[in-house]
Design a protein around this ligand. Structure first.
Ligand code: PEP
Ligand code: MN
Length: 337
């Protein structure tokens, strides 16, 4: 940490801060500049230290050097994390494609679609059984029945199941059927849910909150990692901005940024990220070009009649073309699909 003193800080204030730094177990090194004095606090930073130093008299600001997240950070773990769930592998050379409907609607729907997606090269099957809907009057999901339908689709195809869990008390039940527990954007800062998913030991797909900063996103991942569960995927799904030509704004710079700051694999959701099915294929290709490890896509046989998110959902025919196009982009950036 660097403690920057005000230009009019007195020697007594500088001395006081040096002793305060030493009392935190860090070694203070005072650097006198021509206008200002800074004190480098050398040693292991821990959470709360900056907050303890900031109110000191004569202090202008405190600059942490290390990231506030530790287990998620590439500062402490250099090798990339590969998350594995059955045949789904996210973080290796091969780009993973997770596809399926927004909501699980019926056993016939999910089994038929899963067969098609598997034949087209999908490696994971998505589908919500517990749905976080903006309106309480919208379809809320088939809940445990929906999980059973997903399990049937897995038995038929072998595809790994990615499905959302919305409440800590549902984690054991959802974990019984799912291969990957999805934590939705609206729950990214539900800390009890994050801890329960951490305790389950199941691979987690953590979606970025729609107004979360990168530090908040990575600290949310830290909650899962801190419970001894290393299998976390970070999913960029778009944020709220002033733009209204898309449902959310999909910031692709997140991908190289996260790849630099963290060893965790990065998943991109161009369906929620755009809200418009016709924009999905281009953003899927762009995400792979920018370094995404996987995509999660909403696909439905008949988007017009999907019970949720039809306007951002592509058909299996579009998915087939998207797979072909993404495969070529993957090769161009030294990946495979
Ligand atoms: C979903 O995947 O269907 C979903 C609700 O996503 P998000 O949490 O990103 O809105
Ligand atoms: Mn959806």
């Amino acid at each position: 940490m660097i403690v920057v003193m005000k230009s009019d800080a007195t020697p007594a204030q500088i001395d006081h801060m040096s002793r305060h730094i030493a009392s935190l177990g860090l070694s203070p090194q005072v650097i006198h500049g021509s206008h200002q004095t800074v004190i480098a606090a050398i040693g292991e930073e821990s959470p709360g230290m900056a907050e303890a130093l900031e109110p000191g008299e004569g202090v202008e600001k405190v600059l942490p050097i290390m990231a506030p997240y530790k287990r998620a950070s590439s500062e402490l773990k250099h090798e990339r994390t590969v998350v594995k769930a059955r045949g789904l592998e996210v973080g290796g050379v091969r780009i993973a494609m997770i596809a399926g409907p927004c909501s699980v609607e019926s056993e016939d729907q999910i089994v038929t679609l899963a067969r098609r997606l598997k034949a087209l090269g999908a490696t994971g099957l998505r589908g919500g059984a517990f749905k976080p809907r903006t309106s309480p009057y919208s379809f809320q999901g088939h809940k445990e029945q929906g999980l059973k339908m997903l399990a049937t689709a897995r038995a038929e195809t072998g595809l790994a199941i990615v499905t959302e869990v919305m409440a800590p008390e549902h984690v054991p039940m959802v974990a019984e059927y799912a291969d990957v527990l999805q934590i939705g954007a609206r729950n990214m800062q539900n800390y009890q849910l994050l801890q329960a998913v951490g305790d389950s030991g199941k691979p987690a797909l953590l979606k970025r909150g729609m107004s979360a900063t990168m530090d908040e996103f990575l600290l949310a991942a830290e909650y899962i990692l801190d419970r001894g569960n290393p299998n976390v995927m970070l999913c960029e799904r778009g944020i709220r901005t002033f733009e209204d030509h898309t449902r959310f704004t999909l910031p692709l710079a997140t991908i190289p940024f996260l790849n630099e700051k963290s060893h965790l694999p990065v998943v991109v959701d161009p369906s929620h990220g755009t809200g418009k099915s016709r924009l999905v294929p281009a953003m899927a290709k762009a995400a792979i070009a920018a370094g995404a490890d996987a995509l999660i896509l909403e696909v439905h046989e008949d988007p017009e009649h999907a019970v949720s998110d039809g306007s951002q959902t592509i058909t299996p025919a579009v998915f087939k073309q998207l797979m072909d196009d993404c495969r070529r982009v993957a090769i161009a950036v030294d990946r495979a699909m």
